[in-house]
Design a protein around this ligand. Sequence first.
Ligand code: G4P
Length: 528
Amino acid sequence: MTLQEEITRRRTFAVIAHPDAGKTTLTEKLLLFGGAIHVAGAVKSNKIKKGATSDFMEIERQRGISVATSVMGFEYKGCKINILDTPGHEDFAEDTYRTLTAVDSVIIVIDGAKGVEKQTRKLMEVCRMRSTPVIVFINKLDRPSKEPFDLLDEVEKELQIRVRPLAFPISNGPTFKGVYNLYEKRLSLFTSDEKLTASASTVEIDDLSSSSLDEHIGAQFAKQLRDDVELVEGVYDEFDHEAYLRGELAPVFFGSAVNNFGVRELLDCFVRIAPSPQPAPTETRTVAANEAKMTGFVFKIHANMDPNHRDRIAFMKICSGIFERNKNYLHVRSGKQMKFSSPTAFMAEKKSVIDFAYPGDIVGLHDTGNFKIGDTFTEGEKLRFTGIPSFAPEQFRYIENADPMKFKQLAKGIDQLMDEGVAQLFTSSLNGRKIIGTVGALQFEVIQYRLEHEYNASCRWEPISIYKACWIESDNKAQLDDFKRRKHTNMAVDKHGRDVFLADTSYSLALAQENFKDIKFHFTSEFF
Ligand code: G4P
């Protein structure tokens, strides 16, 4: 197969959802269709249940699962599909944001009874920022759900994206009859015995006015469906594939993941419309997937589960060319040539050493502590991929050394955990103390636990009251200097020496933005 053919047949995406909407269940059903797994229950949910925040064994267990399910590849209808897993717990949202930098599209799962929830909105913001194409799957129709038109309106309004249903449900809850596929004009009937199998009973219905519709779902539901479909065709424009690819229009499907219902429709449509690997922007130019030379970037680093080995796995997304085992590549940040003797690929439950990988694929690289998130590999060109942001943290604590004999271990531990993207480190300009900033409170416990178990170091947290950290810059040097002087007690530098303003309150931040018009306040930063 040529490079272009390999690219064209690849689909790299993530399933995202508010916890409990059915992300794990849907992922598992997609793998079942792909033949990548054969029994339900093979993909364990990697969510950390509420209330388990201090159960560190649980966190460790989850970390183990999330290595195994980080990337799940399978073949379906000639396509090579890579699903990138994202953590369920919202304290790990930053991991999810970064994973979204490595996908070419997403499927959003929404609980039909709950509608759009908080985490869905936040994740959609990231998709919108990157113009990522999204498909929406409205799940749990076997339970009493909101009305489909209300759900469509809610998605459109809350997620700020135009929608176009490509399937339409017939009732929900105990009277759920099935889904009518609007573009294939096929009716899928919901029967309760199709749990765990990959086939649902489908009926071709070219003409909705035919009486066979009444025979299948009864006169009342048949009338309802005819009215609904007429309304859909009247209200929504034809599905516009280009608008979907630009991230402006989301096709919507309905179904019930746990009953394997509506999933095949979703997958068939996905392989047909979802984009293959897209051009990737760098600081100097845009890299096209079909360029002959290999390029890729690290979007995730995972520590080894074995505390005796400090080794890690770095996940690299291939952006162009063909990645080869044992070939020398330039690690752009260090300027060093590196080759990998055992790069791994992931196929559902299995991890295997590969000789080649293509754009869209994710390769696991063995790392002894040299890599950082955002690192680029090339065949010599000094590129750096952009759009791998670090988000302004929202929780802060001073970190103190609790064991004076273990100063070096602590410094090394902090350094490596920051490279993994677990949290961000700031140094106060006022007193030189180290401040750790995270997106969620759970991270502090994870850091403390991992410092102890992986680095043999111990830390203590002390409170600090900060509302938000934001990176500042300005072309107006005089104003920037003035700002830094006046706000001296609230200034810090990040790991790369960049200026960070630690605002005490939303009011002080708003005031600073008002009074210092030439200063730009950034709430995300690119990684270096
Ligand atoms: P998540 O990864 O998005 O957090 O959600 P997950 O798939 O774990 O699903 C959350 C719960 O919703 C699970 O129940 C799952 O069985 C259920 N679920 C998923 N899809 C459907 C559906 O289409 N209909 C119905 N009725 N339920 C669905 P649980 O009780 O938390 O776990 P389990 O004991 O069933 O595994």
